[in-house]
Design a binder for this molecule. Structure first.
Ligand code: PMP
Length: 350
């Protein structure tokens, strides 16, 4: 039987998406899209349709450019500081591993500072006090995949240019996406598979870019419509199929409601069962990555064994952190969470 898959990424894919991909790639009677030139109309149409669907879902106007790039979210850790608001220093909120890595990359490139951090409490919360004068840009990681915290307030976007790494919560909830200067996300969690990165950038930020090598230059990628080199067609195809699936599921509101239901069910089990303890502070808990541990760590072996017997995989916390983490990305069905909660209840009675 297929396992209940709680991996943090690459994430679970709905069977309907995989079936659609199989159909899209069938080349029995004709070439598949993967064999076609990216200069041809099939690939061009795929890219423009995917962009229009994203624009509609995120309610973005023509003031934004959408790019599909290689290199994962981590390449954006250097592209952002190379290109954006370079006349002032770059400002970072340090909310754990991925945001720390973003900052460390920026330091190599320009004057950069951390203006708020939750390192003092092992990244269990989102800092609320920002000491930002609105100059340069502010970089945030909207969902902290490893620690299980998430921004639920975006007032900072009224102060200046905010750059957001949304790799692990993109399109998981309704948001005012227009308020951000730049959004980036690897596609492998809520938008399909690894191999492509979505970058959304406000056109006005492109006006005054410094000279940087072309593959790192947003303006060059925009000018070439994401085809400065051979683009990640498979990743974009998967993204389009996931967006089709989202539409059929009822769009962003329906997805958000289901995400709330799934995470509430699991947090309720963590809070109500003595055997478990949540990691993140309640008001900053993530709807995507639920982190917790056992109150009695000597029982980990028996919990792990039970998970195995119950066909649950991907529940280990990140190797840097330990404990447990259930990733509840968009395509994870409610039934998976119900099964996990049932197993947790069983464990707490053992
Ligand atoms: N940022 C966040 C929030 C992530 O969760 C990850 C991957 N788990 C990354 C960045 C790195 O992404 P990539 O592997 O696409 O470079």
């Amino acid at each position: 039987m297929k396992p209940y898959n709680f991996y943090a990424g690459p994430s679970i894919l709905d069977p309907a998406v995989i079936h659609a991909a199989n159909r899209a790639l069938d080349n029995t009677n004709d070439l598949s899209i993967l064999e076609r030139s990216h200069r041809g109309k099939e690939v061009q149409t795929l890219f423009s349709q995917t962009k229009s669907m994203l624009k509609e879902l995120m309610q973005l106007s023509d003031d934004f450019e959408i790019l599909f790039l290689h290199g994962g979210a981590r390449l954006q850790n250097c592209m952002v500081p190379y290109n954006i608001c370079t006349k002032s220093s770059a400002n970072y909120i340090d909310t754990g591993t991925w945001s720390t890595k973003s900052f460390e990359e920026s330091v190599l490139i320009r004057d950069s500072k951390i203006i708020a951090s939750s390192a003092d409490k092992h990244y269990s919360y989102i800092p609320k006090e920002l000491n930002w004068d609105g100059q340069g840009y502010l970089h945030i990681t909207t969902n902290n995949t490893i620690h299980g915290t998430q921004f639920h307030n975006f007032e900072c976007t009224s102060q200046g240019v905010v750059v957001a790494d949304m790799s692990s919560d993109i399109l998981s909830r309704e948001m005012n996406f227009k308020a951000f200067g730049l959004i980036y996300a690897g596609l492998q969690k809520n938008l399909g598979t690894a191999g492509g990165t979505l970058v959304i950038i406000k056109k006005e930020l492109l006006e005054d870019l410094p000279k940087v090598p072309s593959m790192l230059n947003y303006k060059q990628h925009v000018k070439n419509d994401s085809m400065l080199n051979t683009p990640p067609v498979f990743a974009v195809l998967m993204c389009k199929l996931v967006l089709d699936w989202m539409q059929k599921e009822g769009g962003l509101t329906a997805i958000e409601n289901r995400n709330k239901l799934k995470s509430a069910l699991l947090y309720d089990a963590i809070d109500s069962l003595d055997a478990f303890e949540g990691f993140a502070q309640k008001e900053d808990r993530s709807l995507m990555n639920v982190t917790f541990k056992l109150n009695d760590s000597s029982r980990e072996e028996s919990f792990n064994l039970l998970l195995k017997q119950e066909n649950i995989i991907g529940l280990n916390g990140h190797r840097s952190k330990g404990g447990y983490r259930a990733s509840l990305y968009n395509q994870l069905p409610l039934t998976h969470v119900e099964h996990l909660v049932k197993v947790m209840r069983k464990f707490s009675q053992m």
